[in-house]
Design a protein around this ligand. Structure first.
Ligand SMILES: *Cc1c(COP(=O)(O)O)cnc(C)c1O
Length: 464
């Protein structure tokens, strides 16, 4: 199948016909998938592209994604002023490089690194790239340690819950690391300390703990996992680091759950990633990875690029990429400060818990989570509901433009089908009420159908 898009709309027509009113330039149609022969005016090109994109969804009604869909006009202005900056060109744009380092330092403080003023970390295109870098550093450290002990390095593995985001499966696949997944069991929908330890051995490069599972928004017990690994270390002499995938939670817990110990306060946490474009509140295209200290990032993974005549260390999968997202991240840190982030995230949690409660009160639904960790919750239909499915609910809500994913859980809970709502900046209480009104309007229609119409084959993306 290659990389062909399997689902896209069928474009049998090879040409895009141009509205006659715009056709003064002599174009009556243009080829859809090959380059037009002649140039056209920017106005006409704009109109064609703009019109085609109208069919994309309305991002504000998309309750599926974690990714930022709203920023202030001032941020938009900054973005349009800085689209041209290439973040890798540290010589040409030293101030952008400086802002990147300030953001790393801010995150190191936020995550209680032992020496935040000498922070080690970098920006990435998102948590996926950050996961690759965090994972690679773990693999390389393990290799160095094994080589130093004269032991083989041909069989590394990584331990995590089956609820990991797909980026960790990519990491394991692309970098030849055996993936050891702990399945779900009963009402345990993420990794537990006990189950993680069972899969660990001398070839384990690390354990991934997720602060905010994409399946249900729940936090994995990072502290307990670290504690169990401490005991494991004592007993076996095998010292296994933890990487926390805090794609979402890294920008929630520091503000709303200050008593929760999940970050560098735990000795065993070697590195943490987050998505700047999720609860960091930036538009798509930025993530972060921070190491506990410089020792955690093996020197032989670092490349040096020229920076004002001196050498600037970089660790990245990409080379050129936009500097504007980094600038927007810094803008948000500056603009909101600790209090501002606390207000934004606190409101998201408030709306999430309100919405989950109201949905629970409707009758046919049962909550899996309530939105009191990530402002994200999953819910299912009561077992007594036989005549419609969560996939039907998702479908019906689409009629009004709402996007809520319906999906089945992985092993050993493939029997469980759920819906999930992500509350993020821009989903106000008012919008939540409009959503509830629409759900209440659709329910009687669903309840009157004789049997389910849609099944998991019509399930929707929820991994972002
Ligand atoms: C979203 C997410 C990712 C992937 O992040 P991107 O920023 O989209 O690359 C990884 N892990 C978790 C837990 C996530 O929620």
């Amino acid at each position: 199948m290659g990389l062909k898009h399997p689902k896209g709309p069928k474009h049998n027509a090879k040409e895009i016909r141009i509205d006659p009113i715009f056709a003064q330039e002599g174009f009556r149609s243009i080829p859809r998938c090959s380059m037009p022969e002649k140039e056209m005016s920017p106005d006409l090109a704009y109109q064609i592209v703009h019109d085609e994109l109208m069919l994309d969804g309305n991002a504000r009604l998309n309750l599926a994604t974690f990714v930022g869909t709203w920023m202030e006009p001032q941020a938009q202005k900054l973005a349009s002023e800085t689209f041209d900056k290439n973040m890798i060109d540290k010589d040409e744009y030293p101030q952008t490089a400086e802002l990147e380092m300030r953001c790393v330092s801010i995150l190191s403080h936020l995550w209680n690194s032992p020496d935040p003023d000498n922070s080690t970390g970098c920006s990435t295109t998102g948590s996926s790239e950050a996961a690759m870098l965090g994972g690679l550093a773990m693999k390389r450290r393990w290799q160095h340690k094994r080589k130093a002990g004269g032991k083989p390095i041909d069989n590394p593995n990584i331990v995590m819950g089956i609820n990991v985001q797909v980026c960790w499966e990519k990491f394991a696949n692309y970098w030849d690391v055996e993936m050891r997944l702990v399945p779900m069991e009963g009402n345990r929908f993420h990794l537990s300390a006990e189950e993680a330890i069972k899969l660990c051995d001398e070839n384990t490069i690390g354990v991934i703990a997720i602060l905010g599972s994409t399946f249900d928004g729940s936090y994995e017990p990072v502290k307990e996992i670290c504690g169990a690994l401490d005991k494991f270390h004592e007993k076996t002499g095998i010292d296994i680091p933890v990487h926390v995938d805090a794609a979402s939670g890294g920008m929630i817990a520091p503000f709303l759950d200050q008593d929760l110990i999940w970050d560098f306060r735990l000795q065993r946490v070697a590195s943490i990633n987050t998505s700047g474009h999720k609860y960091g509140l930036v538009y798509p295209g930025v993530g972060w990875v921070v190491w506990r200290d410089a020792k955690m990032l093996p020197e032989d993974l670092i490349f040096y690029v020229n920076y004002l005549g001196s050498n600037m260390p970089t660790f990245a999968l990409n080379f050129s990429r936009p500097g504007s997202q980094i600038i927007l991240q810094y803008y948000n840190f500056l603009r909101l400060g600790f209090d501002g982030y606390t207000k934004v995230q606190g409101y998201a949690r408030e709306v999430a818990m309100y919405l989950s409660k109201e949905i629970e009160n409707l009758g046919p639904f049962e909550l899996i989570t309530r939105g009191d960790e990530l402002p994200v919750f999953a819910f299912k239909l009561r077992d007594s509901v036989k005549n419609f499915s969560v996939f039907d609910v998702s479908n019906k809500m689409r009629e009004r433009g709402w996007l809520i994913p319906a999906y089945t859980f992985p092993a050993n809970r493939t029997d469980l089908a759920a819906l999930r709502i992500v509350v993020r900046r821009g989903l106000s209480q008012d919008l939540a009420d409009l959503f509830l009104d629409d759900l209440k309007r659709q329910l009687p229609i669903l309840q009157s159908q004789p049997e389910p119409v849609h099944d998991e084959k019509s399930g929707s993306g929820f991994h972002h």
